[in-house]
Design a protein around this ligand. Structure first.
Ligand code: FAD
Length: 428
């Protein structure tokens, strides 16, 4: 038992948790961050990634919904930002405006701190250059993706989504280290189970650390354990509405084989087409999963057998129907609805047209199964938290992808960081 009393306990050191920790520590608050994962020393490559992607302990297979849909997340300091593709896109503005939330100032601050700028086209692979040309010829609008990349460190390995061994992108560890510099404490390998409540107020947390059970006390608690873990903690604290409304921003990857083009040696998702986002709920982005193992997980034997050095690919990511649910034991349900399948197909059909124009053999297409990489919605604003991200329990807040009212269908890190900055301002 830690006898020190903190002003803020923050559970989780990912996109939401590390940002709010930094903001509060910079304002002189007494902050403790509790993180289930460790600070990984070895990042990158398929084998290392198996360690930090949430997986079944015996089979090592990624954890899936009851229906078999994978919603990827990592358990490690820095959270899922550690495997991001460095996309920093403003999104969710309309959805949040409906609750009177305006993040303009916070977006600008975060963009500057993370160094977000459109992808440098000098770094485009031959394959993606061809996709850019093909999409223009067909009247589509592929453009450079806004990125928080560090080109001076990038080695163009094209495996950003497995964790970057070269520190070539912003991650939540940048904010976490600043929080620590400003006096925040952090305990790793500490999994929080529930929040301690007295007289209707959050007063601390209970969980398991490296040395066994812990109870730690604070004036306020901020849960930032991500869209799949936060609702479990809330449900165990008696907030039963948490867990519903789960979405995953489902995606499929469409690959095809060319004679001699590839997207190797390029950061993932260099180009994006957002023209259908508002009207049809999907975006397209250049994508080639280099790891044979991960291609096997997403597209079976056909996926694993694709020749990566002659393949091109485009990802379709949708705003899926938020009808999944996370249960108190951590398992979850995520049906892929008829509507989701129609959106994925419409996007994938456009991807195929562009790929054929770029030189892909139309008989070689391999389309992966739907998976998700942005679980959220499970402690939604207007349902589980109010517009200041407070639950019905006083001094208990949520600050991660769980609070999104609906699926954004786009990379959410920048929006989560902006929300965390806004939350910190409410405590001053
Ligand atoms: C392969 C991949 C690529 C992606 N690329 C992008 C991208 O380019 N741009 C983008 O915007 N988004 C991207 N995303 C999505 C983005 O990374 C996540 O949506 C985002 O990190 C979610 O933030 P969060 O704060 O909700 O959760 P996380 O960042 O996952 O943080 C949750 C933290 O809580 C910890 N935790 C969990 N349970 C507990 C517990 N019980 N007690 C204590 N700690 C706990 C976890 O270890 C983790 O550190 C990507 C996702 C994946 C899988």
């Amino acid at each position: 038992m830690k006898s020190k009393k903190y002003e803020f306990i923050i559970v989780g050191a990912g996109a939401g948790g590390a940002t709010v920790a930094r903001e509060l520590a910079k304002r002189g608050k007494i902050v403790l961050v509790l993180e289930q994962g460790k600070r990984e020393k070895k990042l990158g490559g398929a084998i290392n990634s198996l360690r930090y992607f949430d997986h079944h302990k015996v089979t090592m297979w990624p954890k899936a919904s009851k229906e078999g849909t994978f919603l990827y997340r990592t358990i490690m300091a820095g959270g899922t930002t550690m495997v991001s593709c460095a996309n920093g896109i403003r999104c969710g503005e309309d959805e949040l405006a409906a609750f009177g939330i305006n993040l303009n100032d916070e977006f600008s601050e975060a963009e500057q701190e993370m160094g977000i700028a459109p992808f440098n086209l000098k770094w485009l692979s031959k394959g993606s250059k061809k996709i850019l040309e093909a999409s223009k010829e067909l009247g589509y609008k592929m453009e450079p993706t806004p990125k928080f990349m560090r080109y001076n460190k990038c080695r163009r390995c094209g495996t950003c989504c497995l964790g970057c061994p070269y520190d070539a992108k912003w991650t939540s560890l940048d904010y976490l280290d600043e929080a620590i510099k400003h006096g925040a404490e952090i305990m790793y390998k500490t999994a929080i189970e529930s929040v301690l409540v007295a007289h209707g107020k959050a007063v601390g947390v209970r969980g398991k650390g490296p040395e066994g059970q812990v109870e730690i006390f604070s004036d306020a608690v901020i849960i930032a354990a991500g869209g799949l873990a936060t609702p479990v903690i809330l449900q165990k604290t008696g907030i039963e509405d948490a867990g519903a409304n789960l979405f995953g921003d489902l995606l499929v990857n469409t690959y095809g084989v060319t004679k001699n083009l590839s997207q190797l040696e390029e950061p993932l998702m260099a180009l994006v087409d957002t023209e259908f986002h508002a009207s049809k709920g999907f975006i397209l982005s250049t994508w080639l999963q280099q790891s044979r193992l991960h291609r096997f997980v997403e597209a079976g034997v056909q996926g694993a057998l694709l020749p990566a050095n002659r393949s091109l690919g485009i990802m379709v990511k949708i705003a899926d129907d938020p009808i999944g649910r996370v249960y108190p034991d951590g398992s979850y349900s995520k049906p892929v609805t008829k509507n989701d399948r129609a959106r994925l197909k419409e996007g994938s059909d456009i991807a195929k047209k562009i790929l054929v124009r770029a030189g892909v053999n139309s008989k070689s297409f391999v389309v992966g199964n739907p998976v998700g990489a942005h679980p959220g919605g499970t402690a939604a604003i207007g349902k589980v938290v109010d517009k200041n991200l407070q639950t019905k329990i006083d001094n208990l807040f949520v600050c991660d992808a769980s609070v999104f009212p609906t699926s954004l269908g786009a990379p959410p890190i920048l929006t989560i960081a902006a929300l965390a900055k806004r939350l910190a301002k409410t405590f001053v």
